[in-house]
Design a protein around this ligand. Structure first.
Ligand SMILES: [Cu+2]
Length: 508
């Protein structure tokens, strides 16, 4: 299938800045030339009851496409993206995260951002396992960064159900640059319950990381700036090249049978609308584990930070080809082998019980605004959570083992993927409201009925699409550990500009 010029244009937004240097046009590159790279599994340096890993952050050069020169990236370990951590529920691991990066950054730091002041080193890193139920000292607090030449060991108890988590950089004020440079990988938790379902596994289970990038004319990573040398921050990044496991438009040879695909959106700001024309995507899981039952989807919308777990059956396409798309963008070509295979995997009609939490179990309801612009005069604009800056006193202090409802009141025209560290939660509903009345002190006045969570959102989540002009309600059991964590927008540019707040889980 030819790749049209349109296929690589930004789908859900454009970079609205005047002075961008010319970038390479990825649509001029031939698609589907190279196989999808399969992510390696990380090997512990020490086994035993608590396997120990040692993973270095390093600069390396990688082949993104046959016709591009080797691209400078920052990664974990010796591949890009980093190797997958394979963990078992209830079996802790420890990881020594070693910082071996260079001491200067190759992307534009904005020293006006909180935490990125000139007095701080340019290269600073800290690793967060997104979705992990982890004690506060190992969670990767944004201010707990360290510099090249240093290492930190984090302990991950893995006291949670099987799901696909991911690890990535979280350093205050430069997370968007560090993750754009390439600092991310999968962290998959497995358990006996899931094993017994006999879902496709081994060669038939394929984790894929999606991220969009742009390239300079000489084929290196391009990240835009605002045009103001002293304030280069841009509000959102949308690249014109879609990479899967670090490759531009690769292909994957598959058998005519069922596959399990674990998708992660590791982009800074792009939402994906995954579809494979001609095939149904059976969604079996979301951020924090299996859904109650498979949900057939024509299209699955995945925000930055979110993961989806999909079963795709190629049995009806033997000898044919299919394409994974997001809007008009062609992400990956499937080449289905001819003939028939004996597929012994199963897709059960019910998966895992998800007890719905009753609203009556909540002890507190918090009304929290998204994206109140705190400064209408001076550029750049800034979006805040609950109109509070990072450094202001902590306002969200749930008690350990209590349940709260958080009403996320989106006053902006953007969908913000809101992520809470430590916890898993359920989506209650979304509802239109009178933003004008709200801004003028009239409180929450709703329009129309609440829209319940979609079928593919009825499992456990750790990131929720808080859509524009809606109140999105989530119900959150604060379980695991007490201590200081963060909650934030997962659009990396927003997160770096203080759309992030600390929160405290108080002892029970
Ligand atoms: Cu945001």
């Amino acid at each position: 299938m030819p790749l049209t010029r349109r296929a690589f244009l930004p789908l859900l937004g454009v970079i609205g800045h005047a002075q961008q240097p010319l970038t390479l046009h990825p649509e001029s590159l031939t698609p589907f030339l190279e196989p999808l790279p399969l992510l390696p599994v990380a090997k512990p340096v020490e086994s035993g009851p608590v396997p120990r890993y040692r993973i270095a952050m390093r600069e390396m050069r990688v082949a993104v496409h046959r016709d591009l020169p080797a691209v400078r990236v920052w990664t974990y370990g010796s591949t890009w993206p980093g190797a997958t951590i394979e963990a078992r529920s209830g079996q802790p691991v420890s990881i020594e995260w070693v910082n071996q990066l260079p001491t200067s950054h190759f992307l534009p730091i904005d020293h006006n951002l909180c935490g990125a002041e000139k007095t701080n080193p340019a290269v600073r890193n800290v690793v967060h396992v997104h979705g992990g139920r982890v004690p506060p000292g190992s969670d990767g607090y944004p201010e707990a960064w360290y510099t090249p030449g240093h290492a930190e060991t984090h302990r991950y108890p893995n006291g949670q159900e099987a799901t696909a988590l991911w690890y990535h950089d979280h350093a205050m004020g430069i997370t968007r640059l560090n993750t754009y440079a390439g600092l991310f990988g999968f962290y998959i938790v497995r358990d006996d319950f899931e094993d017994r379902l006999n879902l496709p596994r081994g060669a038939y289970e394929i984790p894929m990381i999606f991220c969009d990038r742009s390239f300079t004319p000489d084929g290196q990573l391009f990240y835009p700036d605002s045009g103001q040398p002293n304030a280069p921050w841009v509000p959102e990044f949308y690249g014109d090249a879609a990479l899967v496991n670090g490759k531009l438009a690769p292909y994957l040879e598959v058998q005519p049978r069922r596959y399990r695909f674990r998708f992660l959106n590791a982009s800074n700001a792009r939402f994906y609308r995954f579809e494979i024309p001609g095939l149904s995507l059976m969604q079996i899981g979301s951020d924090q584990g299996l859904l109650p039952a498979p949900v057939p989807m024509k299209r699955v919308i995945v925000a930055p930070g979110e993961r989806v777990d999909l079963i795709v059956d190629f049995a009806g396409l033997a000898g044919e080809r299919a394409v994974l798309k997001s809007g008009p963008t062609e992400l990956l070509q499937f080449r289905v082998a001819a003939g028939k295979v004996d597929d012994t995997s199963r897709l059960p009609s019910s998966l895992r019980t998800v007890r719905r939490i009753a609203e009556s179990e909540a002890v507190t309801t918090r009304e929290l605004t998204l994206g109140e612009v705190d400064n209408l005069v001076a550029a750049p604009m800034r979006m805040l959570l609950n109109n509070t800056h990072w450094a202001m006193p902590v306002t969200e202090k749930p008690r350990l083992n209590s349940v709260e409802i958080w009403s996320l009141i989106n006053l902006t025209d953007d969908s913000h993927p809101i992520h809470l560290h430590l916890v898993r939660f359920q989506i209650l509903d979304r509802r239109r409201f009178d933003a004008f009345a709200f801004r003028n002190g009239g409180g929450l006045r709703y329009f129309g009925n609440a829209m319940p969570a979609a079928a593919n959102e009825t499992g456990w989540k750790d990131t929720v699409q808080a859509d524009p002009k809606l109140v999105t309600r989530i119900i959150v059991p604060f379980e695991g550990y007490s201590g200081r964590y963060v909650w934030h927008c997962h659009l990396a540019e927003h997160e770096d500009n203080e759309m992030m707040r600390p929160y405290d889980v108080l002892p029970a």
